[in-house]
Design a protein around this ligand. Structure first.
Ligand code: NAD
Length: 468
């Protein structure tokens, strides 16, 4: 069993001052797979000091130097791709095919940003000779969730490096093995010392300390809306810049003219992506009242075709939930749906038969009312709520009736019409006639309402200054 007892700060692997130990459990087998020694505030302070020192020189590096670093990071991750996949599967039970996609996306984010940086104007001269200077902001923080831990870290580190900023990163404490491999990649890529510093630790202690620290200029956070709200509040005290990528309760509208043979299986893929532990999960399905019975029948048939378990199998789509806490959380939502009077089309309470790990039954609720907790709170597990609508206006209204605005999905036969409906969904990304979320490599992060703020681009990491 691996014991991660060092952290990567100031370009070296050092023993943390913190002494708390967290045991990492494989959610599929329930076997302990590792231990991590967690950092404390002293370690976070050391990481911030190192990043501050490194900023003095890193902020003055050339675009060419930073482009080379981004390339080296991509190359180092490519060499460790299989190990990163294995760690993510082991640590949070993510099925193999989804894991591979996220790892590719993580390493490619360095090249995507490098290409953007090469075209980026860090200085603009106006007609009257005045100048707009875009200077690196300073020491920045990156805080990531356990689902796609290293993907989020890479997506945050890439624009920071492109802009000439340094980073203190607080990864999810549940993803320590993934983080360890990532740190080894940083080391292999010969990152200048102090440019990226990692502190494994508890969010309320170490994360919160970093957020409140006077030397942190920007906080780039991905995680729940609840924690995002807390971070926002703390950042506001010093008017710090924040980029927040938060939770969702995304709608999926099946229009009257949709091809149900594709729209219904797609609806399940969208809802149960990453075992339902996906921020972009289309967990609210809106179907025409006249097709309700037929769609229910097709949902059950389609679910029977989805492969559950054996997360190393290429066809597996649903794996376990990450831990007991998440399992209990999902169970409590299923319980509340039943108590509030929603009807189970399939699934329900309890563990899925035949599995050892944290497998919850993929669950579909019908007769869900918008006032029910399951209808408007993010569950983060394989639980789908089905609603009926009388006409399209009602469907759009119900779909937008949420505090979230992360993603949206529309299926329809007439593409031009489906596009019009898609444009009326108030969400960051809206996909038409697609069953798989395609990531955000080509576009910036654009979560709306309580799903986020900021675009996670190079601009975010720069201070614009006007010199006339
Ligand atoms: P979480 O909010 O519990 O934790 C996220 C990170 O914040 C962890 O590293 C945690 O240790 C840290 N943290 C906790 N309290 C903190 C505090 N007070 N100050 C600073 N840091 C703190 O989320 P999670 O359970 O790890 O991840 C699941 C959530 O992430 C879901 O809500 C999901 O929708 C969201 N998510 C959003 C996106 C997106 O792109 N919008 C992507 C992935 C996940």
């Amino acid at each position: 069993m691996i014991h991660i007892d060092k952290v990567y700060i100031n370009g070296e692997f050092v023993k943390p001052h913190g002494t708390k130990i967290l045991t990492l459990i494989n959610p599929d087998t329930l076997e302990p797979i590792g231990k991590v020694t967690l950092c404390d505030k002293k370690d976070a302070a050391y990481a911030i000091k190192s990043a501050k020192e490194a900023f003095k020189t890193f902020s003055k590096t050339s675009i060419k130097e930073r482009a080379e670093i981004l390339q080296r990071l991509h190359d180092a991750m490519s060499r460790r791709e299989e190990e990163l996949n294995a760690a993510a599967i082991q640590e949070y039970g993510s099925p193999i095919t989804a894991t591979r996609g996220r790892t590719r996306f993580a390493k490619n984010s360095f090249l995507t940003i490098r290409n953007k940086m090469n075209k980026f104007k860090f200085e603009q001269i106006l007609e009257d000779g005045s100048k707009i200077l875009k200077a690196p902001l300073g020491v920045t923080a990156a805080i990531s969730p356990w689902n796609a831990n290293y993907t989020h870290i890479c997506q945050k580190i890439a624009p920071a490096i492109a802009a000439g900023c340094t980073v203190v990163c607080k990864p999810s404490e549940y993803s320590a093995i993934e983080t360890q491999i990532l740190c080894e990649c940083f080391d292999e890529a010969q990152l200048p010392k102090g440019v990226v510093n990692i502190v494994n630790g508890i969010g309320e202690e170490v994360g919160s300390y970093i957020v409140k620290h006077k030397d942190i200029a920007l906080i780039n956070f991905t995680g729940s809306t609840k924690v995002g709200r807390e971070i926002s509040k703390n950042a506001a005290k010093m008017i710090k810049r924040t980029i927040l990528e938060l939770g969702g309760k995304s709608p999926n509208i099946i229009l009257d003219d949709a091809n149900l043979n594709t729209a219904v299986p797609n609806a399940l893929k969208i809802a149960f992506s990453n075992s339902g532990q996906a921020c972009h999960a289309g967990s609210r399905l809106f179907v025409p009242e006249s097709k309700f019975e037929l769609i229910c029948k097709m949902l059950i048939e389609s679910l029977q075709k989805i492969k559950i378990g054996n997360i190393y199998d290429e066809k597996c789509y649903i794996g376990p939930l990450i831990n007991q806490m998440q399992f209990d959380r999902v169970q409590s939502y299923i319980k509340s749906g039943i108590e509030d009077g929603a009807k189970l089309l399939t699934g329900g309470l309890g563990k899925l038969d035949g599995f050892k790990g944290y497998y919850t039954k993929p669950t579909i609720f019908i007769h869900v009312k918008p006032s029910m907790k399951i209808a408007h709170e993010e569950i983060f597990g394989p639980v789908l709520c089905v609603f009926t609508y009388k006409n399209e206006e009602e469907a759009i209204e119900l779909a937008n009736d949420t505090v979230y605005g992360l993603a949206g999905y529309v299926s329809g036969g007439d593409l031009q019409h489906a596009k019009k409906v898609a444009e009326r969904l108030f969400a960051g990304w809206v996909y038409i006639n697609k069953g798989v979320y395609e990531g955000k490599g080509v576009i910036p992060h654009v979560g709306a309402k309580q799903s986020g703020i900021g675009i996670n681009g190079i601009d975010d990491y720069l201070q614009f200054r006007f010199i006339s």
